[in-house]
Ligand binder design. Structure first.
Ligand code: AMP
Length: 561
């Protein structure tokens, strides 16, 4: 099928904010595709070239795109950059500058969806000397062979920023409607495979039966089960029932470990394959898990090599991205794993087995090995009293809190079902002042959309974090980006690119997950996951929380042993 047909769909999707309309547009389009076209079209509709779990990434940055637009349009890079600064979206820049069709040497005739898809995929394979030039050449050829609007979407696909407002839910519902299958079956199939494009193909070719026949497969990551939040042990029992399992909640990162024969693969919660970053974990698994085929769910935590005490997540986060000098990293930042669930053992799918039984299986297959592999510390109880004691012990041992789990629950991939809850101490909020901001991009380009926060230090203000969450798109729904822009614009003292500095004046109450020590901000602290609570226009600059309070709160968060 011609690429221009897909471009029409992108435009139609961008033209409506109504989800039902978006669904009808996509469903109509999908119906017209043959089985070979469905997978690539669904990926392109998602604005991606590979399924979520796939290691391959397109990996194109804005500079490469600017050069490609310049090559294809014959205009200088400076001109393209100036346009970008004005418009804030390279897709639109491409559309404006590549409106007249220039000669393409690679593609004759009409550009097809398949040509765009396979050529963009090739970008991820180009490596070695001169690779940037080759990438620019390839993108420029595609841009030249497409219309201006087409170029806009090619650029946005390269930058993984499609902006058609058709998210996963719309796509899932469109697939169900196009191929006349149940939405729930599409969702279940996706949770097991994490690849909506192959699910779409199965829906088309094998209908509901095909979707239901899909199995969890060792080697392909599964969406992890998520947990709700509760405020207290009592409330936790209300959700998960009595008796319940109560685990320590460890402060590291989630890891799903797959083993099939010799092959071991490690995936993060976002299903990123991080096997090569953690050869130390691979070794632990080989040594301490007594099976050749399994999928286990665990938390990776760092420890101090001298004392063996746990370290907070921020201290090991660098290991996830680090791709070189891994051996040194292992020595410097050692980690261990704490296992808490198992969903496949010896090839048997345990997803429908009650949690209590899964946990028994897990205990039998794990050899506990200090500073390598342990089972999550757990009790099973129906007593609020015992639960509270365990929670207090968890905190004093340096854990983040506790998880409470329903003993007879199945493993539900991808869902934040009430089969497990987490309890963490509630953080006090902070009143902070905005000292800088950044203009948004795309739909938000009219608004200041991220805000630099500061606390007071005597008469001075010291930065402590950046926040863009908790605001609404529309005024009726709460404090909007528009409202923030209106308040801050008169306070702007300088601008550089998209960034602005503002005179301290707008005070907001902020909640956060944690206060961390940090060298990124001049306060020496950074807020983890700051979120807007409300405007404090009832407060003055002298009421802004000061560094002393921040420091005190940071210390009192928990004692990490
Ligand atoms: P949160 O990230 O605050 O939503 O809390 C849920 C996360 O806690 C999970 O995704 C795991 O990464 C982590 N976690 C730590 N200890 C456990 C445990 N014993 N059971 C389940 N999850 C745990």
């Amino acid at each position: 099928m011609e690429y221009s047909k897909l471009v029409e769909i992108y435009e139609a999707l961008s033209g409506t904010s109504k989800l039902l309309e978006k669904r009808a547009i996509i469903a109509g389009f999908l119906k017209g595709l043959n089985s070979e076209e469905v997978e690539s079209a669904v990926l392109l509709l998602e604005g991606r070239l590979f399924p979520e779990w796939d290691r391959r990434k397109i990996g194109i940055g804005t500079q490469t795109v600017i050069k490609s637009i310049s090559t294809s349009s014959g205009k200088s890079e400076d001109l393209i950059k100036a346009d970008w600064a004005k418009i804030g979206d390279l897709g639109l820049v491409a559309e404006r500058n590549i409106s007249s069709k220039t000669q393409s040497t690679l593609f004759s005739g009409k550009l097809t969806i398949d040509q765009v898809f396979t050529n963009l995929r090739k970008l991820s394979e180009i490596e070695g000397g001169g690779s940037t030039g080759k990438k620019i050449g390839l993108i420029a050829e595609l841009l030249s062979a497409s219309s201006g609007v087409g170029a806009k979407y090619i650029v946005r696909t390269c930058l993984e920023d499609l902006r058609t407002g058709a998210g996963f839910g719309v796509l899932r519902d469109s697939i169900a409607s196009a191929f006349d299958v149940e939405v729930a079956n599409v969702q279940t199939a996706y949770d097991l495979t994490t690849d909506i494009s192959s699910v779409a193909k199965i829906a088309k070719t094998k209908s509901n039966e095909g979707l239901l026949a899909l199995e969890l497969s060792v080697g392909n990551p599964v969406k992890v089960m998520l947990f709700k939040k509760s405020e207290s042990i009592e409330e936790g029992f209300d959700v998960v029932g009595k008796p319940a399992a109560i685990d320590y909640k460890y402060d590291g990162f989630r890891l799903q470990i797959h083993r099939s024969g010799k092959e071991i693969k490690l995936f993060t919660r976002n299903l990123e394959d991080v096997t090569s970053q953690f050869p130390d974990i691979v070794k632990m698994i080989e040594k301490d898990v007594n099976s050749k085929e399994f999928i286990i769910d665990c938390e990776v935590i760092g420890y101090d090599k001298k004392t063996g005490k746990w370290k907070p997540f921020q201290d090991i986060s660098q290991r996830i991205k680090r791709k070189y000098e891994i051996e040194e990293m292992i020595k410097e930042v050692p980690v261990m794993i704490i296992v808490f669930d198992i969903i496949n053992l010896d090839g048997e799918n345990l997803i429908s087995m009650p949690f209590g039984e899964r946990r028994d299986k897990l205990s039998k297959v794990i050899r506990e090995d200090p500073l390598a592999v342990s089972l999550a510390k757990e009790i099973v109880t129906d007593s609020v009293e015992k639960g509270k004691e365990f929670y207090a012990k968890a905190l004093s041992d340096g854990a983040e809190g506790v998880m409470m789990k329903k003993l007879d629950s199945v493993y539900k991939p991808g869902s934040r079902v009430g089969y497990g809850i987490k309890i963490k101490p509630v953080m006090e909020t902070l009143d902070l002042v905005v000292v800088g901001s950044e203009w948004g991009t795309g739909k938000r380009s009219k608004w200041l959309s991220s805000f630099i926060l500061a606390c007071r230090d005597g008469n001075d203000f010291k930065e402590i974090g950046k926040m863009g969450t908790g605001f609404k798109e529309k005024d009726e729904e709460g404090v909007s980006f528009g409202k923030m822009t209106e308040l801050l614009k008169p306070l702007v003292v300088s601008e550089s690119g998209r960034e602005v500095r503002v005179k301290p004046g707008v005070i907001i109450e902020v909640k956060y997950e944690e206060i961390q020590k940090s060298t990124n901000y001049d306060s020496g602290f950074a807020l983890r996951f700051p979120r807007f609570v409300r405007l404090r226009d009832d407060k003055g600059l002298k009421d802004v929380d000061d560094l002393k309070r921040v420091s005190k709160l940071a210390k009192s968060q928990r004692s990490r042993g």
